[in-house]
Design a binder for this molecule. Structure first.
Ligand SMILES: Nc1ncnc2c1ncn2[C@@H]1O[C@H](COP(=O)(O)OP(=O)(O)OP(=O)(O)O)[C@@H](O)[C@H]1O
Ligand SMILES: [Mg+2]
Length: 254
């Protein structure tokens, strides 16, 4: 059904083995999938199945042992600001305030102060942090820190945004709130997003398409196009049916 759409990420038969004195550790095994322009794809898999490794490969922080990854027509050979990251822990610059964190990317690229301030303000407003521009991360709650991380990633206008369990460390209530926020932000500013989670509800709430990952060594187990109308209701019959399906389809070797 996606044949007429432009593939922005092509993960072509990618394998990754980590080698050490203790031996070889195959973590990714012939992983093959595409992500299309402005698609929100969730990689859903159990703890320790290799999800972060897959994102690191897409981001170019690790290189495949076999296969290749193409992002926006270019083979990934190392890290690049063209591929934005939002991490499980916030990874903010603690000595920069919200505004300075958000405008970090454009600043490094030499964008003039007035222009980058304007851009940063747009994204600070988008993530709901208007009024907190001069606050330092230490003064912000975990959810607010993740909002800064998201604004920082968007502000650099990368070709793709990778998010690695960004709400994994938040309490359940804040997590629901942040899922709603990401839903709202992605509706307002469509981007190509790869979002990693081990939470089925989060996957169904956010995804255009879910890729269910195999347990270690990981690869694509199954895919689901999620066409439930947005914003989604966690307890609607279609939502619960897909949650049941995902749970049943999880790799039984867990
Ligand atoms: N740089 C590395 N060197 C050696 N082994 C690694 C390296 N990075 C990851 N691994 C191994 O790869 C496996 C998968 O780790 P990874 O962090 O990718 O999984 P994950 O699904 O993101 O886990 P979590 O659910 O804890 O976030 C683990 O066994 C880990 O020890
Ligand atoms: Mg991880």
């Amino acid at each position: 059904m996606n044949n007429d759409r432009k593939a922005v990420i092509e993960c072509n038969h990618v394998s990754k083995t980590f080698s050490s004195l203790a031996g070889d550790h195959l973590v990714v095994n012939d992983l093959d999938f595409k992500v299309y322009e402005k698609e929100f794809v969730v990689l859903f898999g159990p703890g320790q199945c290799g999800k972060t490794t897959v994102l690191n490969l897409i981001a170019g922080l690790e290189l495949p042992t076999e296969g290749e990854i193409i992002v926006a027509g270019e083979k990934v050979v190392g890290p690049s600001p063209k591929r934005g990251m939002v991490y499980q822990t916030t990874n903010l610059f603690m000595w920069y305030n919200v505004q300075q964190n958000v405008e970090f990317g454009p600043n490094v690229r030499g964008v003039k102060k007035q222009e980058r301030r304007k851009k940063a303000q747009h994204y600070i407003d988008l993530v709901g942090l208007t009024g907190f521009e001069k606050h330092f991360p230490v003064k912000l709650s975990g959810g607010m820190q993740q909002r800064v991380g998201i604004a920082r990633a968007y502000c650099n206008e990368p070709e793709i945004i990778c998010m690695d369990e960004p709400f994994g460390h938040l309490d359940a209530q804040t997590r629901y709130l942040m899922e709603e926020e990401v839903e709202r932000i992605s509706a307002q500013e469509k981007r190509t997003v790869v979002f990693v989670t081990n939470n089925a509800e989060e996957a169904i709430y956010l995804a255009d398409r879910i890729i269910l990952m195999h347990n270690l060594p990981t690869s694509v187990h199954k895919e689901y196009v999620v066409d439930i109308p947005r914003p989604r209701n966690y307890v609607s019959p279609e939502f619960l049916a897909l949650r049941e399906q995902l749970t049943q389809d999880m790799d039984p070797t867990l």
